[in-house]
Design a protein around this ligand. Structure first.
Ligand code: SF4
Ligand code: MG
Length: 333
């Protein structure tokens, strides 16, 4: 296994008390696989990624338990130098906001080239040539000229392509993309997502795609982990999850995707808001918002029940959810 996160816990000290941002998250990604991590903001999906990458704000963020195995070695227990070496060569991250992630006063060619100068000891001239090559790989038109431009001279979509080029530069084994297309408009979103999926295949990398938008992951992900209040509430191969969700929260998310074939049908929206991480409700954290909640849900934390060898659901009533009428009617059950 390329990356195996197990029972990860992360806390933050805030003025309101300790925020339990990640509460026992486990997931795994292999080479050539795409895992989508889905959740509303504050669900812990980005914090988990930051813990993997070693870029948690510390303090106040603190990893209080768990393991992050990269090719079998625990990044959390290695010596800092070793850890940095492994992360540097094997892992790369793409952020939502390319404009703040890129240096505004450096040409994109210099920024891309610097990766090769610093990490590969390339000459300036060779680095420039590699920068142009990378820009071509992510299909930036007229790359040989545009390599001299600054980040603000590119459109949002092109800037995100530059971020992807930066991530690819050292040919990592795994890319973590945190809401990589959220800031873009819908057509550009699809193009960037397609490019990412294509490069993932071409380089045979693992990809963790963090998003709050279930609509963007259907075509690119192999499996999905749905997060709520710092926990994984459902985990499944993507098509199984779409066809028959085994958790009421996932079902709510699916029912709130606008669909062309359901024109005029009222969209279901999950009532209420995600809980504060300093005051996570007892029992199932989703119970105040769950249409299926019963007494036991207020007291007993649901473990991640095994639905099948490849699926898990943290709902006491996952069977009922799974057997309930399918989200889009009996024809898709
Ligand atoms: Fe809803 Fe209870 Fe299942 Fe939680 S455990 S999702 S409250 S039915
Ligand atoms: Mg986030």
């Amino acid at each position: 296994m390329l990356l195996e996160v197990s029972d990860l816990h992360v806390e933050f000290r805030t003025r309101d008390g300790v925020a339990h941002a990640v509460n026992g998250v486990s997931y795994a990604v292999d080479a050539g696989q795409t895992l989508a991590v889905l959740g509303e903001s504050g669900s812990g999906k980005s914090v988990t990624a930051q813990a993997i990458m070693g870029i948690l704000d510390m303090p106040p963020g603190r990893i209080t338990g768990g393991r992050v195995l990269f090719r079998g070695r625990d990044l959390l227990t290695l010596k800092e130098e070793e850890r940095r070496r492994i992360r540097g060569a094997g892992l790369a991250m793409i952020f939502q906001d390319a404009l703040s992630a890129l240096n505004p006063v450096m040409t994109v060619g210099d920024q891309l080239g610097e990766m090769f100068v610093v990490h590969r000891g390339a000459s300036r001239r060779a680095a420039r040539a590699r920068a142009v090559e990378l820009m071509e790989r992510v299909r930036i038109p007229a790359a040989a000229q545009r390599v001299r431009d600054y980040p603000h001279q590119f459109s949002g979509g092109m800037r995100q392509r530059i971020m992807i080029a930066m991530a690819l530069a050292l040919e990592p084994d795994l890319i973590i993309a945190d809401e990589p297309t959220t800031a873009l408009d819908v057509t550009v979103q699809a193009q960037v997502m397609d490019l990412l999926a294509e490069l993932r295949r071409e380089y045979d990398m693992g990809l963790i795609l963090i998003t709050h938008d279930l609509g963007v992951v259907a075509d690119v992900a192999d499996k999905i982990a749905v997060m709520y209040a710092g926990r994984i509430v459902e985990q499944a191969p993507v098509h199984e999850l779409y066809r028959r969700p085994a958790h009421p929260y996932t079902r709510g998310l699916l029912e709130s995707i606008p669909r062309l074939d359901h024109k005029g049908r009222e969209l279901y929206a999950i009532k209420g808001l995600p809980p504060s991480l300093t005051r996570i409700p007892p029992g199932c954290a989703f119970h105040p918002r769950c249409p299926m909640a019963r007494e036991v849900c207020r007291t007993d934390v649901p473990p991640l029940y095994e639905v099948s060898p490849t699926r898990g659901s943290a709902c006491h009533f996952w069977r009922e959810c799974l057997d309930g009428h399918a989200v889009d009617g009996p024809d898709r059950a």
